[in-house]
Design a protein around this ligand. Structure first.
Ligand code: SAM
Length: 237
């Protein structure tokens, strides 16, 4: 998969893209991330990418020309790529969106700054994504969130595919609690069932914990679940 990023702060990405799972996925060629400086597409000698808003008001707005020309330049390559604008006004990015994007050959992520981007740019964008109901100073942290969540769904990026499948939101549930050594920490023991060696009991316990946690903390997710007879039984226990 190819991920192109358009930003006026390309150096924002240099650290995170070289670290841990993402860094490894990139160095192994499982994903290709290319960060492009929007300023390169500015026409004037000062490389201006913003201007005052029509109608007045605070702050500056990103000009349409450099962004659209950058998108068009990138789309000369094949595959053309799905253009995604990071924006607080977009549809909310979820695990389902991440899974959907992970199946695409190429995405182009556009990061806004200042008060946002000239609205006409939306005519050149396939979709707008928000990472949540809060306002960031720029689209760069949001792009990193998308890159991270999408990459871990690409085969080979996370060593154990089963661990990705059981993670929070994958089945519409929060994940069950996890424990590691020591068996007792500051008087707090690991649940007996996890050291019982009974795989079926562990499976049932994990499913019931995931169901209970989701019911308690995310009733919105719980309401949408299609519960099996076994799930209903676990919830009654
Ligand atoms: N004036 C805009 C508003 O009130 O909706 C906010 C602009 S914000 C300061 C600058 C840029 O940060 C946006 O163009 C967008 O690219 C990015 N951004 C901010 N919050 C975001 C969010 N929740 N999800 C995705 N991108 C976001």
């Amino acid at each position: 998969m190819i991920i192109d990023v358009l930003s006026i702060f390309p150096s924002f990405f240099s650290g995170p893209l070289n670290e841990s799972l993402l860094g490894k996925a990139i160095s192994q060629g499982l994903i290709r991330v290319r960060v492009h400086d929007i300023r390169k597409y500015a026409r004037d000698k000062h490389r201006t990418v913003d201007d005052r808003p029509y109608g007045g008001g605070a702050g500056m707005v990103m000009k349409p020309e450099p962004i659209v020309e950058a998108i068009e330049d990138l789309q000369k390559e094949s595959p053309r790529g799905t253009v995604i604008l990071l924006s607080p006004q977009g549809e909310v990015f979820t695990q389902a969106t991440a899974r959907e994007l992970s199946g695409l050959p190429r995405i182009i992520l556009v990061c806004g700054r200042y008060e946002g981007i000239d609205a006409r740019v939306l005519n050149f964008v396939d979709r707008e994504l928000s990472i949540g109901d809060y306002v960031l100073s720029g689209g760069e942290p949001a792009a990193l969130v998308v890159i991270d969540a999408v990459s871990r769904l690409i085969p080979g990026v996370v060593g154990n595919l089963a661990s990705v499948r059981s993670e929070s939101f994958e089945e519409g549930l929060l994940e069950y609690p996890q424990y590691t050594r020591p068996r007792i920490f500051r008087g707090l023991p690991v649940p007996d069932v996890l050291i019982s060696g009974n795989h079926e009991a562990v499976k049932r316990w994990r499913r019931s914990q995931a169901l209970l946690l989701t019911k308690l903390r995310r009733p919105d997710l719980f309401e949408r679940l299609k519960l099996s007879d076994e799930d209903l039984e676990l919830l009654r226990e």
